[in-house]
Design a protein around this ligand. Structure first.
Ligand code: DC
Length: 224
């Protein structure tokens, strides 16, 4: 496939976006761009520097001083650098997960992030995942996918992931966290989580990762 398209993958937390996006990117030799990691890196930076998360101006200043780099995926893993420091692991902490939606609600922050994301996507040959990619960041993306799955299924997947990583967690707590993030992401005033009109919706609740990848590759082929 020689054409270098822009592929947008949106959907709620834990719907499997990054897992499938990384693999599709690998197969097509596209660049994978995890926009959630960018918001997470800023939330991590704010928590680490004790910046008030309710002060949008201070957060904007912090973002201006933050160089967030997404390295090319290697062996299914994308390294995230914050001002040159590897924060890949730190940005997945419970504390960052619990605070990131707060950081992502400010219009000025979203604007800077969206500008940086558009710059990264400019040459095509990219797969970008997030909440507002098809609807706002890349409205002209040739391919738009909207991935969903039931709350129970998403919580179960996170539960299995955390167990495998040796973490003690509660399934009920994970369900509550996912519901809370869905609410914050969907009810946010600026560019909330929404399915773009021209996006193809895929419900992954009873699909395997491979099924979802094949379906996305099909949609991409149809658009070429
Ligand atoms: O996909 P994720 O869980 O890593 O995203 C982290 C948070 O960032 C999520 O709570 C919503 C926010 N986000 C966003 O508002 N817009 C994006 N394009 C990507 C993520």
């Amino acid at each position: 496939m020689n054409q270098r398209l822009q592929v947008a993958i949106d959907g709620p937390a834990a719907a499997g976006k990054s897992t499938v996006a990384k693999q599709v990117a690998g197969q097509l030799e596209y660049i994978y761009i995890d926009t959630g990691a960018m918001y997470r890196a800023l939330a991590y930076h704010a928590l680490k520097t004790h910046t008030d998360l309710h002060n949008g101006e201070r957060l904007s200043e912090l973002l201006d001083a933050s160089e967030i780099t997404l390295e090319p995926v290697k062996q299914g893993r994308q390294t995230v650098l914050l001002n040159g420091e590897d924060v890949t692991k730190e940005i997945r902490s419970q504390s960052v997960t619990n605070h990131v939606s707060l950081v992502a609600q400010y219009p000025a922050i979203r604007q800077v992030m969206a500008d940086r994301q558009r710059e990264m996507a400019a040459g095509g040959g990219i797969i970008m995942d997030g909440r507002d990619i098809g609807s706002h960041v890349l409205p002209n993306a040739e391919v738009k996918i909207y991935l969903i799955a039931s709350v129970n299924e998403r919580a179960e997947r996170r539960y299995q992931e955390q167990l495998a990583g040796g973490l003690q967690t509660s399934l009920e707590q994970l369900k509550a966290d996912i519901r809370q993030r869905d609410k914050l992401d969907s009810e946010r005033e600026v560019s909330p989580l929404i399915k773009a009109e021209d996006a193809v919706e895929i419900d992954t609740t009873s699909l395997s990762i491979n099924d979802v990848i094949l379906r996305i590759l099909e949609v991409i082929k149809e658009r070429v």
